[in-house]
Ligand binder design. Structure first.
Ligand SMILES: [Zn+2]
Length: 456
């Protein structure tokens, strides 16, 4: 039997019109369900003056302003702890006893959020949406995944593992906090063919493996790289370096606040993340302006914040939830031939990280993209140096950049000028590049920071 092209051949091959019919039906049901089953949504809907049964069309829905962000989620949880003695929030739409999986995120500051809290129905829904993305990214039954995210044993572990299990894939989870030599030892007896980690971790493994074993990292036989949580895959020079080291292929995927099922595809050039579960989540089709918070038209190349609305979720549905991430949306079909009618999405950055330089806005990821386009004359590692609290920066924007291994001292002034000119051409921002030797910025196995906060 020929291999199936997508995970769910029924839902992922529906045309746009058909899927929109399914979505509208599910959306109206979800809105009504949220309103009748949770005090939180009843309160929110009443505040903005909408009643779910008034929402009959997609246009009606888009007029509803955003209802919720991370802070509302925390407040909702606080209230349910105080009043009902459970941490899931007053936006919970079912009895708390029905929650069978509860994973917290964050938690370094303040109350952790319980966004990944699922009823059995929601676990199945989560597995379904996630498996579609993994399939598009190239995972297949029989694969063995070395799972090396920070806190693998904690929140990240089980939510990744259950969809893999459903697909018939073995998840070998070992936290990224484990010393690298232990991870290498473990990999050498389990022989994974997939690595799931941050790009920073994979880069660390490329450097450490030869030092520990005397062999290149490609010896491990990892052919599929599912790296996410940081940019990089869209930058040809970084992607090439990664793929050549492992002799494998790099795809990325995203799971955001328990929704937004998406993955990159097999196209040679990076095309963004395909939305693979239009029947389970609304995301990029509900785009708002990051500043005015008003709806903006979803057309090819549009940039904005996507509001998340769950479909068919029982426990903790999100309705008009603002994540604080700015995305770019692509509506034209992709060369990979993925049949689903969903948009493609490129992550532009966290709104909270946005800087303003003389009235011009720029995301740190955009600065990083400029620097990394100069690889191999630079290593790709960089920091934006903040001498005053963001977001307003007095120009020039200071950028610390690691020079490349083969770059001579005398070449640096010209290289600095080139990078500064590119920054100006692309973003009309004055910058000042300062070089440091290769590896001077250190290497981390978690997420590499974008800022050096000197003002603190
Ligand atoms: Zn594609």
């Amino acid at each position: 039997m020929p291999e199936k092209k997508v995970w769910n051949e029924k839902m992922e091959t529906l045309g746009r019109e058909e899927i929109e019919r399914v979505r509208l039906r599910k959306l109206r049901k979800q809105l009504k369900y949220g309103y009748t089953h949770s005090e939180f949504y009843r309160r929110k809907f009443d505040e903005v003056g909408f009643r779910p049964d008034e929402i009959k069309t997609w246009e009606d829905f888009r007029k509803i302003p955003l209802l919720m962000d991370k802070e509302d989620e925390r407040q909702s949880q606080k209230e349910s702890i105080e009043r009902f003695g459970h941490p899931f929030g007053i936006h919970l739409c079912c009895p708390p006893e029905k929650i069978v999986m509860a994973k917290t995120t964050g938690g370094t500051t303040g109350l952790p959020t319980f966004s990944y809290s699922f009823t059995q129905h929601d676990v199945d829904r989560w597995n379904e949406g996630t498996a579609r993305g993994y399939w598009l990214a190239g995972l297949r039954p029989g694969d063995r995944v070395l799972f090396c995210f920070p806190l693998s044993g904690g929140w990240a572990g089980s939510i990744v593992k259950t969809p893999l299990q459903v697909m018939g894939i073995l998840c070998l989870d070992i936290g990224a906090e484990t010393p690298l030599e232990k991870i290498v030892e473990y990999a050498k007896v389990t022989w994974p063919n997939v690595l799931m980690s941050t790009p920073s971790f994979a880069e660390g493994l490329i450097e450490a493996y030869p030092k520990l074993t005397g062999k290149p990292v490609s010896e491990l036989g990892i052919k599929k790289l599912l790296l996410s949580g940081e940019p990089g895959v869209a930058i040809p020079s970084i992607r090439k370096r990664m793929e050549e080291a492992f002799l494998g292929r790099w795809n990325d995927y995203l799971m955001i606040n328990s929704e937004g099922f998406s993955s990159s595809c097999s196209a040679d050039e990076y095309q963004g993340l395909h939305e693979v579960a239009l029947d389970l989540t609304i995301w990029s089709d509900d785009l708002i302006d990051p500043d005015t918070k008003k709806p903006i038209e979803v057309k090819d190349g549009a940039i904005g914040e996507g509001l998340i609305t769950s479909l068919d979720r029982e426990g903790l549905p999100l309705i008009k939830y603002k994540l604080g991430d700015v995305i770019q949306v692509f509506t034209k079909s992709c060369e990979c031939g993925y049949p689903g009618p969903g948009n493609r999405i490129k992550h532009i950055g966290r709104l909270a990280d946005r800087l303003w330089v003389e009235g011009v806005s720029v995301f740190p990821i955009a600065v990083r993209d400029v620097v990394t386009s100069f690889i191999p004359r630079v290593t790709g590692a960089m920091r934006i140096v903040l001498t005053e609290p963001p977001p307003n920066i007095t120009p020039p924007l200071k950028i610390k950049v690691e020079q490349g291994l083969g770059t001579e001292q005398m070449q640096l002034p010209d290289l600095a000028r080139e990078i500064e000119e590119r920054m100006f051409q692309l973003y009309q921002i004055r910058s000042k590049v300062e070089f440091v030797p290769p590896e001077a910025l250190g290497r981390v196995t978690k997420k590499t920071p974008l800022f050096e906060e000197q003002y603190r």
